[in-house]
Design a protein around this ligand. Structure first.
Ligand code: ZN
Length: 325
């Protein structure tokens, strides 16, 4: 047992939960060593006969029962391809039916932490600042996480779309044009899209683009569909000290919000209200459905592209391992 890789506890529990209660109990007994082979029994009871109790031909081991014992040949028949696979991989599952840590986990975690920030054109940002001057800028953010329930293999991305309409009339015109012609308004521009940095989960994927948008522009209205993000940021905004949200899973991102809100509040007191008020409004934003729908379509496309661009293959992992360690 001691030479086995580290057990992946959460992943094992997730897989066990897929089985019915009867099978799950059997598997748990198997994992906990309740079904001992004669060979195992002999390690603590020297009087044990180590021959298989069913065929009496060979030493009773887990491999004997699974792959060799003639008494189980008929039961084994439909699963021969699985047994061949386990043998070929020299899988520890022959001895213990649990999930083990993927040897590539460390490098994958490292890669997630090293994900670059979105490439945002400085020229575009300057242009927007100049065009809008003191006017409020409108941006839409969204995050997405693939395979969210699989904590070891999920991955996330996000994007920010900026609305370049400078007034409501222009916005309405774009919406009407979209409704009659189906063209996505050119005033909705992608500001940035990126793979998520750090732990891969949906809340982080929703919070990260909001932080990016807040960093770029002072007077900004950010639309998000994430109620959890709004409540997390509201918690930070109302906190007097970092200790008040230190238990939050995305503490590192919230810390940026805290520092940023504190700085703005100190230097430009009105900003704090201006910036937080729009966030609180997000939940009830349904007035301009066409723009919202368009924005979500555009965001999803960008997120899809940024997620697809990350393809981790064995060769890449090997190359990176050589390079990094
Ligand atoms: Zn046997």
């Amino acid at each position: 047992m001691f030479h086995f890789p580290k057990m992946a506890r959460t992943a094992t529990i997730q897989v066990l939960s897929k089985f019915g209660s009867k099978d799950r109990l059997r598997l748990l007994r198997e994992i906990s060593g309740a079904y001992q082979t004669r060979s195992q029994q002999a390690t603590w009871d020297p009087d044990t006969n180590i021959l298989c109790p069913w065929c009496g031909c060979e030493q009773d081991t887990r491999w004997h029962r699974l792959g060799v014992c003639t008494a189980f040949a008929e039961h084994r028949e439909p699963y021969n391809h699985v047994i061949d696979y386990l043998v070929e991989r020299q899988s520890p599952w022959i001895e213990l039916p649990v999930l083990f840590d993927n040897p590539d986990d460390e490098i994958i975690t490292h890669l997630h932490c090293a994900m670059p920030s979105p490439e945002i054109s400085e020229a575009l940002v300057d242009n927007i600042r100049r065009t809008f001057d003191n006017q409020q800028i409108v941006a839409f953010t969204d995050g997405s996480c693939q395979h969210p329930s699989l904590i070891n293999s999920r991955y996330a991305a996000y994007s920010i779309v900026i609305d370049l309409c400078t007034n409501e009339e222009q916005r309405q015109e774009e919406v009407n044009h979209f409704l009659s012609h189906g063209c996505i308004p050119k005033t909705l521009q992608l500001l940035g899209a990126a793979r998520l940095q750090g732990a891969q989960n949906i809340l982080r994927a929703e919070l990260s683009p909001i932080l990016e948008a807040f960093r770029l522009f002072d007077n900004i209205l950010v639309y998000t569909d994430s109620a959890a993000s709004i409540s997390a940021i509201a918690r930070v905004a109302n906190a007097m000290s970092v200790l008040e949200f230190a238990d939050h899973s995305e503490f590192d991102i919230l810390l940026h919000f805290f520092r940023w809100i504190f700085r703005i509040a100190r230097l430009k007191k009105l900003r704090r209200i201006l910036i937080l008020k729009p966030l609180k409004m997000q939940v009830s934003v349904t007035d301009n459905w066409a723009i919202n729908w368009l924005m979500m379509k555009l965001l999803r496309l960008e997120i899809y592209i940024s997620q697809q661009s990350f393809c981790l293959n064995k060769e890449l992992v090997n190359a990176l391992q050589t390079f990094l360690f």
